[in-house]
Design a protein around this ligand. Structure first.
Ligand SMILES: [Zn+2]
Length: 507
């Protein structure tokens, strides 16, 4: 009798919850706690799996990675191995895009059953199944503090971003794969104009022009086209990501060029970095599973597995370019060590328009629409990489921030004189075209002048002879479109001499 009552209590509320959620066409997902328990159970049963804790979310939930390897050394020390590609996959940084996490859970289960074993001869995997467990449980894009970790890679304001940056440092992956879903239903395009976007799988890569040139070429000219072709051949139409299409009159480009997102941040560190944006079906549709979640998981799983198979085949050239990029960055300008500070999209002169299929909401008819094509990358304001950057303001706070990025620096113990380039801001323009959801940047006009400067004890020097030099320079130099000072918590941009500037003589 007691047992029966127990059963009723167990089954009753669950069944009600399930039917209510299905009627709202909302998938019922395991909580982050259930996901974590399942991963631990699988890891206990398999010699090839190990769960490690990366840290804790803002809401107090553990963030974990599942290591998958045929080699106990990798499972125990997680150090990169000479002949194996370390691939790190991030599931659902946006908590309301759950199919990436679900596909990773499926992969973990398959590896625990010794499926895909052939992949482990060339790959070691780090699977961050739930990159944003708060968002998972709250069905939110953000964490419990409402931080969007996906654009936080310069400021590192959220604890989640910090622990993912630490994980990049610790595991030192050759490949980073960031799994997202892109809604086909848009407020203006669909609700006002009557059209849905029509995508299945979209891929992009680190595309900031300061990424190591060999790595950039390899990814853009070889790996990404092969991935798109293979996923399409497997029955899932794939294409290069065009950014979000939110209305008929807009222009299209690619994923953003900024280093505030994981994709470009990781690529600037010298890693092959891939973004997937798979179809997130609209709420109103009729599907075999709530909001088509089963199909969405199948597509994410197919995209991931195809990527892993390709990376495994490409292990040799990929390891060569990614490891070279991490030991010695090579800029795109004739072998010079030069960075472009201003980056943006402009009209593609050789293909000024592109046709993109959309689906009419009223009758499901597909039609091609013409969009202005702004996918040409316009880079300007080239600056030679100096010997170092000097930091002469809020040094203690800056030292903490640099350490959090794992960027090397030294603190002067006594006054010292250097040949430098003084930077002064002569004009500040407020952001142009403020659009909702798009962070626009303050434009600083900067005058630079060679001069001998004497730094004080306590000032910081960030040497540019280090693997993270391009990343550091793009965050520190006030001329950069992605300077730290574009972040709300670092409002340093003001007319006059700037407290961070290039040092020309090696420290
Ligand atoms: Zn997303």
């Amino acid at each position: 009798m007691v047992f029966l009552l127990f059963l009723l209590l167990q089954v009753g509320p669950l069944a009600v919850a399930e039917s209510r959620d299905v009627s709202k066409n909302k998938p019922q997902l395991a909580t982050s706690t259930t996901v974590s328990q399942g991963l631990h159970r699988l890891a206990e049963q398999s010699e090839r799996l190990k769960v490690v804790k990366l840290g804790q979310s803002a809401g107090g939930r553990p963030i974990e990675a599942v290591l998958v390897s045929a080699d106990p050394d990798f499972l125990n020390q997680s150090a990169p191995q000479a002949n194996k590609v370390t691939v790190m996959l991030f599931g659902s940084q946006h908590g309301n895009e759950p199919a990436g996490s679900e596909a990773l859970r499926r992969l973990v289960k398959e590896f625990s059953q010794n499926q895909h074993s052939e992949l482990l001869t060339r790959l070691n995997l780090v699977l961050v199944v739930l990159a944003n467990p708060d968002g998972r449980d709250l069905a939110s894009r953000y964490n419990a503090n409402k931080d969007n970790t996906n654009i936080d890679y310069v400021a590192l304001a959220a604890g989640e971003t910090q622990l993912l940056v630490d994980a990049l440092h610790d595991f030192d992956p050759d490949v980073v794969y960031d799994a997202h879903e892109s809604g086909i239903w848009k407020r203006v395009l669909t609700k006002q104009q009557g059209w849905l976007t029509d995508v299945e799988a979209q891929f992009d890569m680190g595309n900031n022009p300061n990424i190591d040139i060999r790595l950039h070429h390899y990814t853009e000219q070889k790996l990404l086209p092969m991935l798109i072709e293979r996923v399409s051949e497997a029955g899932l139409p794939a294409s290069r990501y065009r950014g979000e299409i939110t209305q008929l009159e807009q222009s299209v480009a690619r994923g953003g060029l900024g280093i505030t997102n994981l994709r470009n941040y990781a690529a600037l560190q010298g890693r092959v970095s891939i973004l997937v944006e798979n179809r997130l079906d609209n709420k109103q549709g009729h599907y075999d599973s709530p909001r088509n979640i089963d199909e969405r998981i199948r597509k994410q799983h197919l995209s991931m597995l195809t990527m892993l198979q390709l990376v495994s085949e490409e292990a040799e050239p990929l390891l060569a370019v990614s490891r070279a990029a991490r030991s010695h960055w090579q800029s795109g300008t004739h072998g010079e060590q030069e960075l472009v500070m201003s980056v943006g999209f402009g009209v593609n002169e050789s293909e000024p328009q592109v046709e993109i299929p959309l689906v009419r909401l009223s009758d499901g008819q597909s039609a091609l629409h013409t969009f202005a094509n702004h996918d040409a990358i316009i880079a300007s304001q080239a600056v030679a990489l100096p010997a170092a950057y000097a930091i002469t303001r809020e040094q203690a706070r800056m030292a903490t921030w640099l350490a959090r990025h794992h960027i090397d620096f030294t603190t002067l113990t006594k006054a010292q004189s250097f040949a430098a380039q003084r930077l002064s801001i002569t004009k500040l323009s407020p952001p142009l075209n403020v659009r909702s959801g798009v962070r626009e940047k303050i434009q600083a006009t900067v005058h630079s002048e060679p001069s001998q400067v004497t730094l004080s004890a306590g000032d910081l020097l960030v040497p540019m002879a280090q693997p993270l030099a391009p990343l550091a320079a793009l965050m520190l130099d006030p001329r950069s479109a992605n300077a730290l000072y574009q972040e709300a918590s670092w409002p340093w941009l003001a007319l006059g001499e700037f407290p961070v500037f290039p040092i020309l003589t090696p420290p």
